[in-house]
Write a protein that binds this ligand. Sequence first.
Ligand SMILES: Cc1cc2nc3c(=O)[nH]c(=O)nc-3n(C[C@H](O)[C@H](O)[C@H](O)COP(=O)(O)O)c2cc1C
Length: 143
Amino acid sequence: MLVRCLYASRPEKPMTSALTHEILKQSCHNNPGRGITGLLCYTSEIFVQVIEGSRDDICNLFNAIVRDERNKDVCLLVYEEIKERHFGSWTMGQVKLDGVNPGVMLKYYEKAEFNPFNAPGHATMSILMELVATGAIVSHVGA
Ligand SMILES: Cc1cc2nc3c(=O)[nH]c(=O)nc-3n(C[C@H](O)[C@H](O)[C@H](O)COP(=O)(O)O)c2cc1C
């Protein structure tokens, strides 16, 4: 059974490229063997990640992320059983959202500012889908 999970969290310490690199390295090491795919998006203050895979694997990973001391305030935005993956091309794609066209935010949010903690989960999911459609995803080196 395939599921998709979208959550937002905040970094425990200031966001650095070393931190995102370390997380993406772990993801690219662990996810392929578990059949987990998805996207990790971040700003200087927020992580948003969508993960897809078997229910057991996604629940285990989500629990690990909630316990991971590198982030806090983990908020589950969407959990759904799915028939097919939307993010199947990425072991863990990455998008630095600071560089994304504000028009993409405005299409789905009330304001052109990325704030998944105050928006419906499906609006944030739509933004991620739009990033896929517009080719904004960067694959982690070595993925
Ligand atoms: C925002 C965030 C996203 C993460 N995403 C993943 C992921 O997609 N896959 C993964 O294996 N670990 C991910 N992690 C790391 C896990 O919390 C955990 O540290 C890791 O899975 C443990 O792997 P290990 O047993 O190989 O050390 C993420 C951590 C954070 C803070």
